[in-house]
Design a protein around this ligand. Structure first.
Ligand SMILES: [Fe+2]
Length: 189
């Protein structure tokens, strides 16, 4: 195991040589995996809370931000986009189920991301992530540019219903009231 003295900083892992000039969606996933591989850089932030996902910002500059998210059993995000940012996530521990699609409509597809898995996405992407395994999950999320808002949606008979745009600088804005609204819309669809 690397000691702290020879461990790279998160800034060094984000700004690897050759990566600074362009931030491709694939490079965001590579960044998430690089940071995930250096557990000593973020392990002290890991915490699980049954009431709410625990999250911590690990890094931010004008191009990129990095977040750690800790998932207890059953916790999900609601269907959302990232306000026009591209991004990626890498599952480090546990596993996450994902329903994903596009803000332009169409069907959602479901896939499972086990530890070591992950995905990258563009500005029109929307998804819902849920920790559907009894083992708590840990994931690293990278956004470019850094988040300024997120849109939340629910599925109704006619397709996608836009619940609300929430200005936010974190991937975990308070959506407690949207959960009930989404359930009501779904029930009446
Ligand atoms: Fe997301």
């Amino acid at each position: 195991m690397a000691s702290l003295s020879d461990m790279p900083t998160i800034s060094e892992l984000v700004n690897v040589p050759g990566a600074a000039a362009s931030v491709s969606q694939r490079s965001l996933l590579e960044t998430a995996r690089r940071i995930g591989d250096h557990r000593g850089l973020w392990d002290q932030e890991v915490e699980f809370d049954l009431a709410r996902r625990h999250y911590a910002r690990l890094y931010r500059d004008h191009l990129v931000e990095v977040w750690l998210i800790c998932w207890d059993y059953g916790q999900d995000t609601l269907l959302h986009d990232h306000g026009g940012s591209s991004g990626a996530f890498a599952v480090i521990d546990g596993e996450l189920l994902e329903d994903f699609g596009s803000v332009t409509g169409g069907k959602l597809t479901t896939r499972r991301h086990r530890a070591g898995g992950g995905a990258f996405f563009g500005p029109r992407y929307l998804h819902n992530l849920v920790a559907a395994n009894a083992v708590p999950a840990v994931s690293i999320h990278v956004y470019s540019p850094p988040l300024t808002s997120m849109n939340f949606y629910c599925l109704v008979r006619d397709g996608l219903y836009h619940l609300r745009r929430i200005p936010t600088e974190s991937p975990e804005p308070d959506t407690a009231d949207l959960v009930d609204e989404a359930a009501d819309r779904y029930a009446s669809a």
